[in-house]
Design a protein. Structure first.
Length: 326
């Protein structure tokens, strides 16, 4: 049962924030007071959002708790889905898979080790929360009470280690994606220069000049350069996509084979352990089938699966355009 408090007795975050800014105006030097006045509208908007969210925090906490309990037994099924996506659609989500693998290699170990300890602390926080009988309290009081529970049961060193692992993983993602993007551009530009030097001046430039008016011939060298370089860059990106598809097929085949075998053994459908060579053979068959599937569809999604994988498509586009802007 959700303990959604009424906030009739609590002061709003906006009122408390306004009081803080009024006190700052009297206690800090004029330079800092002027700066505080400039940022005050932004802070007030944020505090208005806090006032809107604060009454629903107990309900959000209960929902997150129930989702955690619900999804925990489904870890193997989620692993099967992830392995299937990697093996059969990795070439369609190059940027997303590169980001996930970079994070896995750099930040996963530290976060997993820390979370194994933090999860025990979270269980104690949830147990303490479920034992509480305070239902008629304000949102601020609820937040303070649960904040004290978190500070009491959670080890700060584990939180720091998890944050460092997360930061290292994000840094690895940015560095890996930027270097991959730069490598594709540099390789494509280099191939374009070779094509331009051997074919562009002799064949492309005369054709461009014939298509342009005489007073626009000064643009012919630039047009030749673009005509030679752009296809080379796209070809470089295609090669990168092909390499990523091969890697994701091998990686997805291994994950999917292991997850399927573990699931079958837990459900009693396999009574004896699977030999390593048989496990490797199953992973190889899945990887080969996945790679052929991707090549057959040209690294595009079949229409009947595009709807189900639409979240992956959104993440891929967000990462791609973010990478292009930063």
């Amino acid at each position: 049962m959700s303990k959604v408090p009424s906030n009739v007795r609590s002061r709003s975050a906006v009122d408390q924030g306004a009081e803080v800014f009024d006190n700052l105006k009297q206690k800090v030097p004029p330079k800092f007071a002027n700066f505080a006045e400039k940022v005050r509208p932004v802070v007030m908007v944020i505090l208005q959002g806090v006032d809107l969210i604060l009454p629903y925090l107990p309900l959000i906490w209960d929902i997150c708790q129930k989702l955690y309990i619900l999804l925990l037994p489904c870890f193997e099924e989620l692993t099967i889905v992830w392995g299937f996506v990697l093996a059969f659609f990795g070439g369609s989500f190059v940027t997303t898979i590169t980001a996930v693998e970079a994070f896995r290699l750099v930040g996963k170990k530290k976060i997993t080790e820390s979370w194994a300890r933090i999860s025990d602390d979270v269980d104690r926080v949830i147990s303490d929360y479920n034992k509480s009988t305070d239902t008629n309290i304000t949102a601020n009081e609820w937040l303070k009470a649960n904040g004290r529970r978190v500070l009491t049961h959670v080890d700060p060193d584990d939180c720091k280690a998890a944050m460092l692992g997360f930061y290292a993983g994000i840094t690895a993602i940015v560095a890996c994606l930027k270097s991959q993007f730069a490598k594709c551009i540099a390789l494509g530009a280099s191939m374009g220069d070779v094509i331009e030097s051997h074919c562009g001046v002799q064949f492309v430039t005369p054709v461009v000049k014939q298509l342009l008016p005489e007073d626009h011939h000064k643009w012919a060298p630039f047009a030749t350069q673009c005509i030679c370089r752009l296809p080379a860059v796209f070809f470089s990106w295609f090669i990168q996509r092909l390499v990523a598809a091969f890697h994701s097929s091998v990686r997805g085949g291994s994950i999917l084979a292991d997850a399927l075998i573990e699931t079958l053994m837990k459900r009693g459908l396999l009574t004896s352990p699977v030999a390593p060579q048989h496990r490797s053979a199953l992973a190889s068959v899945i990887a080969g089938t996945g790679l052929l599937f991707q090549l057959n569809y040209g690294f595009t999604l079949p229409w009947f699966l595009a709807i189900f994988l639409f979240p992956f498509t959104i993440i891929e586009n967000i990462l791609y355009w973010t990478l292009s802007l930063i």
